[in-house]
Design a protein around this ligand. Structure first.
Ligand code: ATP
Ligand code: MG
Length: 564
């Protein structure tokens, strides 16, 4: 280090002096104890002091406090040990109180006999370098912080994605479930429609036989025929009930909603329910004060309550308690957002039917609304009870929910929309007083594409004394209306072939013949008559399958109604 480099030419003294004084680094020559003998102008300018003021001071005394300590404990011993040190970062404390970061190199100069004569010190201004270092450090810290934040984000991202996937899967499962219910609904609706037509024929035929038999002479034969005919009728009626339940599930039964006071309806039904439940089950009905009214088909609501009571009875073979509670309820946005089927938020009447029975496991609970799902022995349950309740409630714009715990019991909650305003309610479903089967002599036009059904209806009406005309479709029916001026009643199926349904036929017929009375019949109606599960005001409807008596009474009633 201390070896002199070879020089070819001597450097002029003033050049050397200039190099020493003005080199872009500080030069210091010091005694072995650090006392400054000479310092160059560059260094003195950095310190903001005169060179005279520097001479005589110890180099280590020019350092800040930490530098002083390090110098004494580390760098001075290092210098003595190895004769030099390089690039030691120290801070000079200026007289004006500021500090100057420097990089210090030091080397000992010895005499030929090895005695330590001087210490030569070189200082480089390290302000810029320190600033870079500080910036670098800050950048690294920022990078580290960003990376930590990113990692945290990643961690929550994973859990957020998980959550989203879970929600998505739940939604898909719910969708599958509702699509399944929809598909089964379509199927049962279709089956039920055809089945109804057949039943009308069967029941009508048997009905007629029974009536004809009465005219036969042999008493024994008559009673035998009567018995079997009765049996067949009973069977057909059971089948009709089955179809009715299928239709109810598929939400295609013609409903005649009325304003109902649900508390009154429930208490009016108490006797019947108690008889259904038997003596080992007690029944309590509770209804809240200021109960709202609801708009629903009362007969179907009663039917639903009986269905639920029967289920409760079956779940309480050793007896128990059935509670029917009626209260006002509100379904809020958050609640309806959480359920599968579209249900409007708002005010409802809640009928809660609770039993203290066996309850259901989750698998059973999941399937209760499926048609034909039953856990009961063959012959004991058809598995259509709750399907029917479900269909009825949905068709009425309501919502149904079941809560059940194994061993604890079950609560079925039915929410029916609150009736608002003064709605005019169709009265076509009014139970007709079982008066005499009055006939008449008016002209009735029967429009029905199903041949057997048409001949059954025309047969009954003729028997009742009416003059009957018939048509298999709307076009033919209009021709007849055109030709025959005294048609008093148009009795038409809602679903007709060849593009003109019963509704359009009736509209056209009434346009040509104002005052014409119209009676519809249908197995189910999706569109023409039943809008949103409700009969249009003024529409008269007789549901298939109908009996002789029902047809006789309904036709008479419609004919006798004042034109409005
Ligand atoms: N209150 C209840 N307690 C326990 N289980 C019930 C209750 N209600 C319904 N279930 C279960 O749900 C199933 C389906 O009920 P649903 O009323 O649809 O048909 P079902 O009663 O079996 O037959 P159906 O009503 O046609 O005679 C029942 O078989 C039973 O397992
Ligand atoms: Mg049931």
């Amino acid at each position: 280090m201390a070896s002199p480099s070879g020089r070819t030419r001597p450097i002029p003294a003033d050049d050397l002096e200039d190099l020493f004084q003005h080199a872009p680094c500080g030069y210091i020559s010091a005694e072995p104890n650090g006392r400054i003998i000479r310092a160059n102008l560059t260094f003195c300018a950095w310190m903001g002091a005169s060179c005279d003021a520097m001479v005589g001071r110890r180099f280590q005394d020019l350092l800040n406090i930490a530098g002083k300590i390090y110098y004494e404990t580390h760098f001075a011993p290092l210098l003595r040990m190895q004769g030099y040190f390089n690039e030691v970062a120290l801070d000079l404390a200026r007289p004006d109180g500021t500090t100057l970061p420097v990089l210090v190199n030091a080397v000992e100069r010895r005499s030929p006999d090895g005695a330590l004569e001087f210490i030569r010190i070189t200082l480089f201004n390290a302000s810029d370098r320190r600033r870079y270092e500080r910036q670098l450090l800050e950048a690294r810290r920022a990078a580290e912080q960003a990376s930590a934040e990113l990692q945290a984000l990643n961690a929550t991202l994973a859990s957020r994605v998980e959550e989203a996937v879970r929600e998505r899967m739940a939604a898909e499962e719910a969708l599958r479930q509702s699509q399944k219910m929809e598909a089964i609904g379509q199927l049962t609706g279709g089956v039920a429609h055809d089945f109804n037509n057949l039943l009308t024929v069967i029941m009508g035929g048997l009905d007629t036989i029974v009536r004809q038999m009465e005219k036969l002479p042999s008493e024994a034969a008559v009673s035998k025929i009567n018995r079997s005919a009765d049996m067949a009728l009973r069977g057909a009626r059971r089948a009709a009930t089955l179809t009715q339940r299928l239709l109810a599930f598929s939400r295609r039964q013609p409903l005649a909603p009325k304003r109902i006071d649900p508390g009154r309806l429930v208490s009016g039904l108490a006797d019947l329910l108690q008889r259904t439940l038997g003596e080992t089950i007690s029944l309590e009905t509770i209804s809240g004060a200021g109960l709202w009214q609801t708009l629903a088909d009362p007969a179907e609501l009663e039917n639903a309550l009986v269905n639920m009571a029967v289920n409760a009875r079956d779940a309480m073979p050793k007896g128990g308690k059935l509670t029917i509670e009626t209260t006002n309820a509100s379904l809020d946005e958050a609640y309806v957002a959480g359920i599968t089927e579209p249900v409007a938020a708002g005010q409802y009447v809640l009928i809660a039917v609770s039993d203290s029975g066996t309850g259901m496991d989750p698998d059973t609970l999941n399937r209760v609304f499926e048609p034909f799902f039953t856990t009961k022995e063959v012959g004991k349950g058809t598995g259509l009870g709750l399907s029917q309740v479900y269909g009825f409630v949905r068709q009425s714009g309501g919502h149904i929910r079941i809560y059940s715990e194994l061993g604890e019991g079950t609560t079925v909650k039915i929410y029916l929309p609150r009736a608002v305003g003064v709605e005019q309610v169709a009265d076509s479903a009014e139970v007709t007083a079982p008066n005499a089967l009055g006939g008449g002599d008016e002209v009735v036009l029967v429009v029905e594409d199903h041949d057997d059904l048409r001949s059954y209806s025309t047969g009954v009406l003729r028997e009742l004394g009416y003059r009957v005309l018939e048509a298999p479709n709307g076009r033919r029916a209009l021709e007849i209306i055109q030709e025959e001026h005294d048609v008093a009643l148009l009795f038409t199926d809602v679903v007709l072939p060849d593009g003109m349904d019963g509704r359009r036929l009736a509209d056209e017929a009434c346009r040509r013949r104002p005052g014409l009375k119209v009676l519809y019949t249908t197995g189910y109606t999706r569109n023409a008559i039943v809008h949103n599960g409700r009969l249009d005001p003024g529409v008269q409807l007789i549901s298939k399958p109908f009996t002789y008596a029902e047809l006789a009474q309904t036709v008479r009633r419609v004919l006798d109604q004042d034109p409005d």
